[in-house]
Design a protein around this ligand. Structure first.
Ligand code: FAD
Length: 458
């Protein structure tokens, strides 16, 4: 007799979704989390995209999900050293439920609530428990996990038995690596996110961002936002706090010699950002990895008795949008459904677990990742798109709007000259063409797909 039918490692969005789905299918589920409570070790910007949550818990708003604000203002700003060029969007239809399925959340609160729902539906949540390794039988099939208490606490360990283990341990993926499901990702394919939560009075936030009541804003910043490194800065509004952070490629950060906190401090000190965060008291600081591995570097998503979900599997949007939590929930859900199917079939081998990959392929998770498969490579080859060029665009706007100096009649020529020096028409045309291919937009057709296929296979 095993202790459980399935053991889920990690109580982030992927793990809780997997556990909930498996429990609803009648399985005995253990959800193991090393933090003192779910969310204690988690960090996210964060806009939570709730379309998958709504499928899992349709009445999540009525059931007290700790949502901060619904996002009805979105925007992106291109920063030069002292100027900002912005494109903003506000949609008052998003003021009504389902609020475009976009809410700011604080993960420490949200994850705790989400795991509480799973517990209420029969999941056994064990916190303060570190999973050290997956236990196997003589033929290499998973049989459960070996656990211990976090360092400094009770050093004793133990074992929990189940024929299926779902690894939803987040981006670090130590267990997934030990299981040979994925290699250690290169710093070229990992981003580092650093984030602060800043306390400000509610009215101050609403005044600064032009909001009322529960309305919220999510703003991204490119160019000088990240000290010239590939990445972006962000400011998201919560009820009485701001989530402020930067995400940069780990390889760029290492090469720059900058500390993550320095990049964040520079971002906060930029004249476009400083007035928004001024007076904010730092409540929380954290750093966390984000996989940027993409579709072409997907790990093995399963093997006998093991499934991999969420960030641990690199299942994160590789499109220009920052989405991870909804991918984590969707993949966790499908892992949970696969666990139920495997249990019914009494077969936990790869032959049954392969349906997990099929479910993912049929969903937005792998459809979108496959669609944007060339985007990470494009950014690697064209780092200027996220750094030099946004700054150049802000400089051109400054030249155009400046009063005095060259006569207005010569301003067009001045902007063109700046464009030629900072960007260049041919580099611009070549990059724009590559970007169109990477995003598969603007008449991207069958011939392009064939050329892309040939390029990848030769
Ligand atoms: C700065 C930043 C901003 C982001 N902004 C957004 C955003 O705005 N919107 C969005 O959708 N996504 C955003 N993301 C991405 C999002 O946070 C992740 O995609 C999402 O959290 C992945 O969920 P997960 O459940 O796979 O992993 P995680 O949320 O990382 O959860 C993994 C859990 O496993 C636990 N764990 C790990 N190892 C063990 C072990 N050995 N034993 C027991 N427990 C273990 C951890 O403590 C953790 O609780 C952001 C990420 C960062 C870093």
């Amino acid at each position: 007799m095993t202790d459980f039918d399935v053991i889920v490692v990690g109580a982030g969005p992927a793990g809780v979704s997997a556990a909930l789905e498996a429990a609803r299918g009648g399985l005995r589920v253990a959800l193991l989390e090393r933090g003192a409570y779910p969310g204690a070790k988690n960090l996210m910007g964060g806009v939570l995209y709730t379309h998958v949550l709504a499928e899992l818990i349709p009445d999540f708003r009525d059931r007290g999900a700790p949502l901060e604000r619904h996002v009805l203002r979105r925007g992106v700003s291109l920063l030069s050293a002292d100027a900002e060029m912005s494109l903003g969007f506000r949609n008052h239809r998003w003021d009504r439920p389902p609020h475009n399925h976009s809410y700011t959340v604080l993960r420490a609160r949200f994850d705790r609530w989400f795991a509480g729902v799973a517990e209420a539906e029969g999941v056994e949540l064990l916190t303060g428990v570190v999973v050290d390794r997956v236990l196997k039988d003589g033929e290499g099939r998973a049989q459960g996990v070996a656990v211990r208490m976090p360092e400094g606490e009770d050093p004793s360990g133990g074992e929990l038995r189940a024929p299926l283990v779902i690894l939803a341990e987040g981006a670090n993926g130590v267990l997934a690596e030990a299981e040979g499901l994925r290699p250690r990702p290169s710093p070229r394919h990992m981003a580092l996110g650093v984030k602060e939560t800043l306390a400000l009075p509610r009215e101050t936030i609403e005044e600064r961002f032009g909001l009322e009541g529960e309305q919220g804003a999510a703003w991204e910043y490119l160019g000088e936002a990240t000290a010239g490194l590939r990445g972006a800065g962000f400011v998201y509004t919560n009820r009485d706090t701001l989530s402020v952070g930067v995400v940069v490629y780990a390889s760029d950060l290492a090469a720059s010699g900058l500390m993550p906190a320095e990049v964040l401090d520079r971002f906060k000190a930029h004249p476009a950002v400083a007035p928004l965060v001024e007076g904010g008291e730092v409540l929380e600081y954290g750093a966390h990895m984000i996989p940027e591995t993409g579709y072409d570097r997907l790990p093995l998503l399963f093997r006998d008795g093991v499934l991999l979900a969420g960030d641990a599997a690199g299942l994160v949007s590789t499109s220009p949008s920052h989405e991870g939590s909804n991918y984590a929930m969707a993949s966790g859900r499908m892992a949970g459904q696969t666990a139920v199917a495997a249990h019914r079939a009494g077969d936990f081998s790869s032959a049954t677990l392969t349906q997990y990959r099929r479910r993912l392929e049929d969903s937005f998770v792998l459809k979108d990742m496959a669609h944007y498969r060339a985007w990470p490579g494009f950014l690697e080859q064209n780092p200027h798109v996220l750094s030099r060029w946004p700054a150049a665009a802000a400089e051109m706007a400054e030249a155009w709007f400046r009063v005095g100096g060259t006569p207005r009649s010569e301003r067009g020529a001045e902007v063109w000259d700046l464009f030629q020096r900072r960007v260049g028409i041919w580099p611009f045309a070549a990059t724009a063409f590559q970007m169109r291919n990477a995003l598969r937009i603007l008449g991207y057709g069958k011939t392009d797909k064939l050329l892309e296929y040939l390029a990848r296979n030769w």
